[in-house]
Write a protein that binds this ligand. Structure first.
Ligand SMILES: *Cc1c(COP(=O)(O)O)cnc(C)c1O
Length: 394
């Protein structure tokens, strides 16, 4: 084997993409337990426990369902369980993931009002109010928002969006993709009046890919009765009793649920959600100080909307982000996030979410700074120093 192939490297690979994230050893060990009978009593206890834990993560008393799926599956579940063919939905072009969700809605037969965006801002609550106020016949059935746009590192302000919907006195359902904010950035399904929250396993929950989640308000649950989009695998009714009975309608991802039990224990019982959010806020701030120290810009244009789970960094004109990423992977065995969609080559993304600590961040930022130097990207030295000073004092 060539000495510089990743398998021959010494020490751990740095997986600093904004998902999938680093999986704690304890979670990997939990997943390695023997698979059990998913119709037996031991499994029923596991299922009830993880559903109850996920309610705490979503900060909800409402129903939570868990699919053996990617996050994309949980998007489809949210739409197909609540809407009918030809229903209108209001969506916002905040970035690549919002654009993908819109494309899915179109394929499912929904009519989409897509508000264009510049991929540097979140959803403008004033635009939400304006669009809903212009719909007195209530043809719009849902407002769909990506909370943390993983392609841009921009967070939309869900409480302000809720308030805008309320000011317009509009009955549309509010659906929020919280895949890359859940268990990293404060998220409150009940308090913020969200009807369907969409989650996934491989980001803040520190698990491998393979679990999708919906948290479902009573209003969304009621909408399910009249929702005529075809669905079978995703149907909430079959899933909805799991919290009480511990029974899934088909084979669940048993071993990932072992992992989820362990990660929930770490997040909820050991560290505590508030401390988890503070840790991510600290790492977000330290990363932004490093970027400023390098004399580079973050993509997010509004300081109120900075993401604490990832930072997208703009490359200076004429320099390709993917070339820099390649050099960093080759020299330092670290993966950074690529620019998605129209941001290809223009940004790289530093993931600082999930199972992560100060020294992992220090190593990550050091890898970026050395990579900028190796790749000949114009920058100032001292980004790492600025981040370390912040971490040392805060
Ligand atoms: C990762 C991600 C998705 C897609 O999830 P998959 O598991 O790849 O299907 C959707 N939305 C956001 C915001 C994400 O970060």
């Amino acid at each position: 084997m060539k000495a510089n192939t990743p398998a021959a490297r010494s020490g751990r690979h740095f997986l600093q993409i904004p998902g999938p994230t680093n999986v704690p050893d304890r979670v990997l060990q939990a997943i390695a337990m023997p698979t059990i009978d998913h119709r037996g009593p031991e499994f029923a206890e596991l299922a009830k426990e993880v559903v109850a834990g996920m309610k705490r993560v979503f900060q909800t008393q409402a129903r939570v369902v868990i699919y053996p799926s990617s996050g994309t599956g949980a998007w489809e579940a949210a739409l197909s369980n609540t809407l009918a063919p030809g229903d209108r939905v209001l969506m916002f072009e905040t970035g690549h993931f919002a654009s993908l969700w819109r494309a899915m809605a179109g394929r499912l037969g929904l009519e989409i009002e897509f508000v264009p965006g510049d991929w540097r801002h979140g959803v403008d609550p004033a635009r939400v109010e304006e669009k809903l106020a212009a719909d007195p016949g209530h043809r719009l059935k849902a407002v769909c928002v990506v909370h943390n746009e993983t392609s841009t590192g921009v967070v939309s302000r869900i409480p302000e969006i809720r308030a805008a919907i309320d000011r317009a006195r509009h009955p549309a359902l509010l659906m929020v993709d919280t895949i890359s904010s859940l268990a990293s950035i404060d998220y409150r399904h009940d308090e913020w009046g969200v009807d369907v929250s969409v989650g996934g396993s491989p980001k803040g929950l520190m698990l491998p890919p393979g679990l999708g989640f919906n948290a479902i308000s009573n209003k969304a649950w009621a909408a399910n009765e009249h929702a005529r989009l075809p669905r079978s695998y995703w149907d909430w009714r079959a899933m909805g009793e799991t919290a009480q009975t511990g029974v899934f309608p088909y084979t669940p991802a048993t071993n990932l649920l072992f992992g989820l039990r362990e990660s929930l224990h770490m997040l909820l019982d050991e560290e505590g959600l508030d401390a988890v959010f503070r840790r991510h806020a600290r790492h977000g701030e330290a990363t932004r100080r490093a970027v400023a120290g390098w004399g580079l810009d973050v993509l997010c244009a509004d300081p109120r909307e900075h993401s604490n789970s990832l930072t997208a960094v703009l490359m200076p004109d004429g320099h390709d982000a993917d070339r820099l990423r390649g050099i960093i992977l080759e020299a330092f065995d670290m993966s950074l996030g690529t620019g998605l969609g129209r941001l290809k080559g223009k940004v790289f993304r530093i993931g600082h979410l999930g199972w992560f600590n100060d020294l992992m961040l220090a190593g990550t930022l050091a890898g970026v700074e050395m990579g900028l130097q190796r790749a000949g990207v114009p920058h100032r030295a001292g980004g790492v120093t600025a981040a370390l000073a912040y971490l040392a004092e805060s």
